[in-house]
Design a protein around this ligand. Structure first.
Ligand code: C5P
Length: 391
């Protein structure tokens, strides 16, 4: 279930008695670390109250398509774009039919139509409605379009019938949702990632550093874990919870970072850290007093961690980042050659630090790719797939 951490899940609820189980499903998704926003159809509100879903998700429930106030807060297109996964549970026969025909007749069908994220359905209906040829044809069409279908289960139904059509239990649905974020792209591989800034001490209380938040490195660590890798995360000081199951090594200076990295042999090395280029030649043993009008700080170059790892024989697949303020492509390509690495991810230094979103271009020896600007978590997942392709 760790793959649900930080995932943005849009939970759609349609009208069916199984809607009461959606409350538990929402609770389980939130407990697993996901952020959940709920969209309910009008008939779903007959079975379970929006207030219940609001309390459990911690977010206002979306119901109407033409609701001025709701649209002003988060419009339906924004809502569709927000989602990492759209999970409709329960999905009624009526909803399935409308979805199959591409209707945008209410908020939920509209969001499904506009979403680019994967769509998963947990059908729930009477066994005769489920086995009806119309429903079966609709399901085949949706499966062919690549939708994920969770269930239904066999057994006793609320109406007294026995057969296929029960919604899967919330715990099963949560597990299946978590599984959608796992892929075997990096199965059996060891990945080492540097993240965050480094701090170069001047004296016992002062240091040189930069604005790196560590968000991109941590998002890559999470995405690599979801791809099945064993991940070592060598991190400078940041304010982020470490991804569960990553082997976290906290460091401060560039020298400590290099030392930690060399202890982690890997198949893929991703250098995301904003390593300070220079450090004070000497660290004053006592706090420097402000007795003089001006002082000079002698700086010496730090070791280049990425270039050091890329010089190893055999070397891991090496990925570097380039935060540039000008000549993005030229500087990125220069890094590819100068550091002897396999892939450079370039972004504008002015809009990358502490930003939750990333707008990056990837450059390698035989090609380049402009990634769609998105949340760092989504960009990280794209980058993992790109690395897999290039390897
Ligand atoms: O040379 P420059 O700092 O522009 O290169 C950026 C890339 O190199 C990043 O991937 C960064 O993590 C890595 N780097 C490093 N050690 C340094 C400087 C940069 O690993 N001392």
């Amino acid at each position: 279930m760790h793959s649900l951490i930080n995932k943005q899940i849009l939970l759609g609820i349609t009208g069916g008695i199984a809607a009461y189980k959606s409350a538990e499903l929402c609770r389980l998704l939130v407990k697993a670390g996901a952020e959940v926003r709920v969209v309910m159809t009008a008939s779903a509100c007959e079975f379970i109250t929006p207030l219940t879903m609001q309390a459990l998700s911690g977010n206002r429930v979306h119901i109407e398509l033409l609701d001025e106030e709701a649209e002003a807060a988060m419009g339906h297109i924004e809502l569709a774009r927000w989602a990492d996964l759209v999970l409709v549970a329960p999905a009624s026969a009526n909803f399935i039919a409308r979805l199959t025909h591409g209707e945008a007749s209410d908020l939920l069908t509209t969001v499904c139509l506009a979403a680019t994220a994967p769509l998963a359905l947990a059908p729930a209906m009477n066994q005769a409605m489920w086995s009806n040829q119309n429903t079966q044809d609709n399901m085949s069409a949706l499966k062919q379009k690549g939708l994920h279908i969770f269930g239904p289960a066999d057994g006793e139904q609320a109406c007294g019938d026995i057969g296929l059509g029960r919604m899967l239990e919330p715990s099963e649905l949560a597990l299946l949702a978590a599984g959608l974020f796992q892929n075997g792209a990096f199965a059996g591989l060891k990945v080492c990632i540097t993240a965050g800034p480094t701090r170069e001490a001047i004296d016992p209380v002062r240091y040189i550093s930069n604005h790196s938040s560590g968000k991109m490195g941590y998002a890559l660590a999470q995405a690599a874990l979801e791809a099945g890798a064993q991940v070592s995360l060598i991190s400078g000081p940041v304010n982020l919870p470490p991804p569960p199951h990553a082997y976290l090594v906290n460091v401060e200076s560039a020298e400590q970072m290099l030392n930690a990295v060399t202890k982690e042999p890997c198949d893929i090395f991703i250098a995301v850290a904003a390593v300070a280029d220079y450090r004070p030649q000497q660290i004053a043993s006592n706090k420097i007093k402000k007795t003089r009008e001006s002082i000079q700080l002698e700086l010496v170059k730090n070791p280049d961690i990425l270039a050091t790892i890329a010089a190893q024989k055999p070397k891991p697949f090496c990925v570097g980042f380039a935060a540039e303020t000008e000549n993005l492509k030229r500087n990125a390509l220069a890094k590819l050659t100068n550091k002897n690495i396999d892939l450079v991810i370039a972004n504008h230094a002015t809009n990358t630090f502490n930003n939750d979103e990333a707008s990056v271009n990837a450059y390698w020896h035989k090609g380049e790719k402009v990634l769609t600007p998105d949340r760092k978590e989504k960009v990280a997942r794209e980058l993992i797939l790109l690395i897999k392709d290039l390897m």
